[in-house]
Write a protein that binds this ligand. Sequence first.
Ligand code: PBG
Length: 327
Amino acid sequence: MNEFPNIRMRRLRSNPLIRGMVSEYTLSTSNFILPLFIKEDLRKKQPVSSMPGVFQHSIDSLIEECHNATDLKIPAVILFGIPKRKDALGSEAYNPKGIIPEAVKAIKRELGEKLLVACDVCLCEYTDHGHCAPIKGNKILNDEGVKLYAKASVEYAKAGADIIAPSDMMDGRVGMIRKTLDEHGFKDTIILSYAVKYASNFYGPFRDAAESGFAAGPKNRKSHQMDPANFTQIFREVELDIKEGADIIMVKPALPYLDVLHSLSKHYNVPFAAYQVSGEYAMLKAAAQNGWLDEQKCMLETLLAIRRAGATMILTYFAKDAAEIIK
Ligand code: PBG
C-alpha cells in the first residue's frame, strides 16, 4: 500500500529533458588534472603493464601528451619523475638539472601559459630505499625530509612549475615549503597539499609506474600516511595544512574515501581535489578488459561521484578518455 499516492519520485525521472533539468552535478574538462610519469634518459615511451593506457614518458612523448591534454581542454598535468640514479637522500629530486626541472622547462617552452604544470613533491621515487624521506633503520626522518621537499619545490618553481604538490605526509612540510618558496620570490606558486592521504593498498600499480618499491626500512608507509580505520584525524590534517599555507586540499584515494571528501568539503571553505589512484584505475580497466563492466560508463559514474562528494578537481589517469567524451 502506498501511503502517499500523490508523491511519485518517478515524475522527475521520466524523460531525459526533465532528468537534465533536475541534475545537480556535471563533469567538465576543467575538473581534470592528468598525472604523467617521466623517466630520465628514456628514448621512447614505455607502457606500464598494470595500468593499460598509461606510459612512462620520454621528454618528447611527454610534450606530445601535453599537447594532447590542451587539445582536449585539460587545464593541468601533474608530473612524477623517475631518475636514473637513486641514493639514500633522494638527491635527484632536488637536482636543478634533474628530470623534473628539465621536463617542466620543456613543457613551458612549448606550451607556456596554455597548461598548468603541477609537480608531485616526494622522495620515494628518488631514494634507493624507496621511502618518502631519509631513513635511519626503521625510522622515517620527518624533519630531514621536510627540508629536502622545500629544496625540491624551489627548483621546480624556478623551472616554471605553477603548482607544488607535496605527497609525502610528513609533518610541517606545507609550512616549510610555503616559507621557502616565498623567500625565493615564488609567492604566487600554488600549493596543492596531499593533506589527507591514506596508507592505502590501492597505490600498487603506481609503484610499478614510478619504480618506487621498498628496498630497506619498513615495508609500508603506515608511520606517516593515515590509517584507513581513522576518520577523526582528517580535520586536524586539513586545519594544519590550511594554516601552514595550502591553497588546495587533496583527499587520496578517491572512491574508497568519498565519506572523507564529503565531510571535509562541507566543513572547509577551500577548493578540494581528489586523486583517483592507480589501483582504482587498474581495477576498472581490468574488469572492462574482461567484458565485466562498461568502461566508459563506469568511468564517468566514478568521476561524477567524486564531484558529488565535493571535489572540484580530480587527478585521474582517465582524464583524456573522459575529456574526449565530454569536451
Ligand atoms: C608519492 C606518491 C604516491 C602516489 C602519488 N604520489 C605513492 C605512495 O604514496 O606510495 C600514488 C598515486 C597512485 O597510486 O596513483 N608519495
